[in-house]
Design a protein around this ligand. Structure first.
Ligand code: SF4
Ligand code: FE
Length: 480
């Protein structure tokens, strides 16, 4: 298993083609705007040295202990342990730690490649296991690339004016394939070792060139990374005090596949369109489970910040504030319950690994699209309007304004004004600033937007059975 320092070495040697604000970045780990994202990912390596992570950060494997983020779930307890690990990392970083997408892709491909081989007599599962062994042995960060840019939403992949709106095969040879397209919103991708590509939706037989899944090293020629902007990102170059959370953060990029060659041995699905639905569904189920861990941990930080702000304001003993804090805890623990429930209700797949309960995982994520917004609203309510009008830390250091800010922005006398300002900055960041990118927008759209979860829930609802239950109790004949 690697350490964060070894991970740093890997990334400084990586030759990815990365663009940020119109500039080509030679050393993204040194870029002040991307450095917090790098530090967050590095913690997924160093967490195992933290006694709090005992039993969740490391898993056994046939080849010895491995980083949990590279593991396959071989029991319900592994699924539960995953949710606990993600909550812990959310608590420690207050942001997205960017390593779960690849983990979820590994587990989805493990079972789907097995299923394809069982029907088609192919050798995808063995190929995938060779790739998995490489990931586990070298303790690699994988980014899971699913979301295509999609172009005109009214048209299917093959009907687009530009055929590259969905990633597809443009050339074939006995050695492999060449692919073209782009994947959007790629969490953590600048600091990944490997890119695992999956189709974004179920494909039809006529769309076989779009039914492709594979992995390539992240610095493969032809891969171009264009980093997305985030609210308040340039505060990171102003200095640390105005950030709220100056240590940790996340990033996303648009990854363009500009005619990228994929060797045959790294292709895990190619043209088997009838299996694309189960790959999308299984990956989504795992990733929707993930949110019942990571976002819960992040909210633990926000609830703590709101409680601190109340203490500094002198409102912590007021009953309405205690009520609001309890409401935040109830909402957050409901999400955790959903994360645990879909894990304990999981089941074994034909391949031997375990999959979460898809219906409950989708219920989990649909709740995550709502509850963090209410938790954030309550945090802003408790903090007060000062989070939107607070002067800068520089004003606290200016000889003329410093004593004035110190005097007039003090709450309860025994707490320093600077601490009150720091906690308000943290709440600002998590509810409307840089950290809100990952606490709020990602809760809404990450792992699929709310409608995607509603569709799965509607599909899994089994209303006929429920109607029969009602008929039975109401003494209505089954025929009517
Ligand atoms: Fe992991 Fe959560 Fe970030 Fe997804 S949103 S990569 S589950 S921390
Ligand atoms: Fe995500």
């Amino acid at each position: 298993m690697k350490t964060g320092a070894q991970f740093q070495k890997d990334m400084s040697e990586s030759r990815k083609e990365v663009y940020w604000m119109g500039q080509k970045l030679e050393q993204p780990t040194q870029n002040p705007i991307l450095a917090p994202s790098f530090r967050t990912l590095a913690l997924t390596y160093d967490l195992r040295f933290d006694p709090q992570a005992e039993g969740v950060a490391v898993r056994p494997s046939a080849a010895g202990p491995i980083n949990a983020f590279c593991s396959i779930h071989f029991g319900l307890e592994d699924l539960v342990s995953k949710v606990r690990l993600l909550r812990l990392l959310g608590q420690k970083t207050g942001t997205c730690f960017q390593r779960c997408v690849g983990w979820d892709a590994l587990n989805a491909l493990y079972s789907v490649t097995y299923d394809i081989d069982a029907q088609a007599g192919s050798d995808y599962h063995q190929r995938f296991r060779r790739f998995l062994a490489h990931v586990q042995k070298d303790d690699l960060v994988c980014t899971g690339a699913m979301t295509d840019v999609k172009g005109d939403r009214r048209l299917r992949p093959g009907e687009q004016a530009d055929p590259d709106m969905y990633l597809h095969v443009v050339k074939r040879s006995p050695e492999g394939v060449v692919v073209r397209g782009a994947k959007a919103h790629q969490t953590g991708s600048i600091f990944a070792h490997e890119v695992i590509v999956m189709p974004t939706r179920s494909m039809r037989d006529s769309e076989r060139d779009y039914a492709i899944s594979f992995a390539v090293p992240s610095d493969t020629p032809g891969l171009v990374y264009i980093v997305g902007r985030q609210v308040d990102d340039t505060r990171r170059v102003e200095g640390s005090e105005g950030l709220g959370n100056d240590r940790y953060g996340g990033h996303e990029s648009l990854i363009v596949f500009d005619d990228v060659f994929v060797p045959r041995d790294r292709i895990f699905l190619d043209g088997e369109s009838s299996f694309t639905a189960s790959l999308v569904d299984r990956f989504s189920a795992y990733h929707r489970q993930s949110y019942g861990g990571c976002k819960v941990g992040v909210a633990d930080v926000l609830i703590g910040a709101a409680a601190l702000a109340a203490e500094y304001n002198g409102t912590d003993q007021a009953q309405p504030i205690q009520h609001k804090l309890a409401e935040m805890v109830y909402l957050n623990e409901t999400l955790f319950s959903c994360g645990l429930a879909c894990s304990t209700a999981g089941a074994q797949t034909a391949s031997g690994n375990f999959l979460v309960d898809p219906l409950l995982a989708n219920v989990c994520k649909l709740n995550v699209t709502c509850f963090p917004y209410e938790i954030a609203r309550l945090a802003v309510d408790i903090a007060g309007g000062l989070i939107a009008t607070l002067p800068s830390p520089e004003d606290l250091h200016n000889p003329r304004t410093g004593p004035l800010v110190e005097k007039y922005l003090r709450g309860v006398a025994e707490y320093p004004t600077a601490d009150r300002m720091k906690v308000l900055r943290l709440i600002e960041s998590m509810t409307m600033g840089n950290s809100a990118v990952h606490y709020l927008t990602e809760s809404l759209h990450g792992a699929g937007s709310p409608e995607a979860q509603t569709m799965v829930i509607a599909r899994s609802a089994d209303l006929e059975r429920k109607k029969n239950l009602a008929r039975d109790l109401a003494r209505i004949s089954p025929e009517t």
